[in-house]
Write a protein that binds this ligand. Structure first.
Ligand code: UD1
Ligand code: MG
Length: 456
């Protein structure tokens, strides 16, 4: 059900400290851009609308988010601070909800559970809050806005640059996540004055404004402060990734997946894995990969955008991308499965075998040192060691069709386009240039001569 919340995501800033051509929020955490994490969390709240305030590299960010439905974008032409950014965002909301949730584009690990706590605190209070914000107590609060209180009552947020040395000792910080009563926000946002030091409009000044009106301001103290970590530098980005991968692994472990070595296994954000699957150390699962139940993936294998059904066994150091593997197939070690390939039930692809845009039928085998490109192999065929499809003549690619129960002898070249009929047999060392009819034997070998060896 849609909730009565408008979400504004502030993401117009840049970070020069990344030393990158790519704007900060597009840097990946767990395989997707930081901003995508924030958008996904925002969407899972089912708000009335989501508006992103963009500036630096706005077109690149929009392009990255093109697959996410229902997002609105506002353009902050000049970076005049978080208060100004929120103003730009609010102006562009066509039908605002009663509550406005403000998130930062560069805080990707914030959880849905925490946002739900924020919403509950906002609702629960007898005297309705105009602001509920997220705070955390940090051992090292350097750089964050500090929360000033008189007794329990929050009175202001003071930024590091403006803080006195006593204020700098406050450990409770502002996490930059706020829930506002929309009507109150709308009429008070314009009261923020430019900060005399940075000449920016600080969104955080709203706390002082609310406090001076004696309005209720509430807060939620974060338990796991890793959730609000941002990344201004590559080192911080590496830390975020470390935390992300660790969390993902522990979520999977608790859902019934075995991970031999969580610290050396990297599973990206969108990957799904069924129960009782086993991942040995050094496995990387990327993109939209989906793994079924009881799948065994051996050490060093990398899968990117793959669908793998139940009980598949992927042996060590195999590399699979954009492909589908049906149940009980066995792949590798050292196999390379390239885009557009499908491997059907119980098929076997062995060591040093490369497939490109190739279908391997049920129960068929290509066990050693083979290249099959643009090839269809039907059921129960056997592809001998060293078989090569010659699918490219320098200009165009051509298809090879190998019908069911065909036997391709070792060291065969199949010059495409070519068809091998049902149950046909190709003798070892043959160069196949013509179609082989069903059940025929094709052989193109030069007859062997044994010549006397002349002694010197
Ligand atoms: C802000 C808070 C600080 C808090 C910290 C938490 C203010 C004044 N300070 O500081 O109290 O502890 O977040 O991380 O808000 N942005 C724009 N347009 C702008 C400026 C910023 O869209 O003109 C965006 C940034 O892209 C970023 C977010 O707003 O996503 C926060 O801005 P940032 O510059 O990172 O603020 P902090 O200095 O971290
Ligand atoms: Mg920041």
């Amino acid at each position: 059900m849609t909730q009565d919340i408008s979400i504004v995501i502030l993401a117009a800033g840049n970070s020069t400290r990344m030393k990158s051509q790519v704007t900060k929020v597009l840097h990946p955490v767990g395989g997707i851009a930081m901003i995508e994490h924030v958008v996904q969390t925002a969407q899972s709240l089912k708000p009335k609308n989501i508006t992103l305030v963009l500036g630096h590299q706005k077109d690149k960010i929009k392009a990255q988010l093109s697959s996410y439905k229902g997002l609105h974008f506002a353009h902050q032409k000049e970076r005049k601070g978080t208060g100004h950014a929120l103003q730009v965002g609010l102006k562009s909301i066509q039908s605002p909800a009663k509550k406005t949730l403000v998130l930062s584009g560069d805080v990707p690990l914030l959880s849905l559970a925490t946002l739900k706590k924020l919403l509950n605190t906002f609702k629960k209070d007898k005297q309705k809050s105009v602001i509920t914000l997220l705070s955390a107590k940090l051992k090292d609060p350097y750089g964050y806005g500090r929360i000033l209180r008189e007794g329990k009552k929050m009175t202001a947020i003071i930024e590091e640059k403006n803080a006195t040395s006593i204020q700098k000792q406050i450990l409770e910080i502002n996490a930059g996540v706020y829930l506002f009563d929309h009507a109150w926000l709308f009429s008070n946002l314009k009261k923020i004055k430019a900060n005399p030091i940075k000449k920016e409009y600080y969104l955080t000044d709203l706390v002082c404004i609310a406090s001076s009106q004696n309005q209720t301001i509430t807060s939620v103290l974060l338990k796991d402060e890793r959730e609000i970590l941002g990344a201004n530098t590559r080192t911080e980005l590496a830390t975020l990734n470390q935390i992300f991968y660790q969390k993902k692994n522990y979520e999977l472990l608790s859902s019934g997946v075995n991970i031999q070595s969580p610290s050396t296994t990297f599973i990206e954000s969108s990957v799904k894995i069924g129960a009782d699957s086993y991942l040995e150390s050094g496995v990387q699962l990327k993109g939209t990969t989906q793994i079924g139940k009881e799948v065994y993936i051996e050490t060093g294998s990398i899968l990117n955008n793959c669908r793998v059904q139940d009980k598949v066994h992927i042996r060590a150091y195999s590399y699979l991308e954009n492909c589908e593997v049906s149940s009980q197939a066995i792949i590798g070690p050292f196999a390379r499965i390239r885009p557009g390939s499908t491997i059907q039930q119980g098929a076997r692809i062995g060591n040093f075998v490369e497939l490109k845009n190739t279908q391997i039928g049920k129960g068929s085998k290509a066990n050693h040192l083979t290249y099959l490109g643009d090839c269809v192999v039907k059921e129960n065929a056997n592809i001998g060691a060293g078989t090569i499809t010659c699918n490219y003549d320098g200009k165009q690619k051509y298809q090879t069709l190998i019908e069911s129960n065909a036997f391709i002898g070792s060291d065969t070249q199949l010059i495409a386009p070519v068809k091998i009929g049902k149950g046909a047999y190709v003798a070892a060392g043959t160069t196949v240039t013509q179609n082989v009819p069903p059940k025929k034997l094709a052989i193109s070998r030069v007859k062997q001569k044994n010549i006397d060896k002349k002694m010197k």
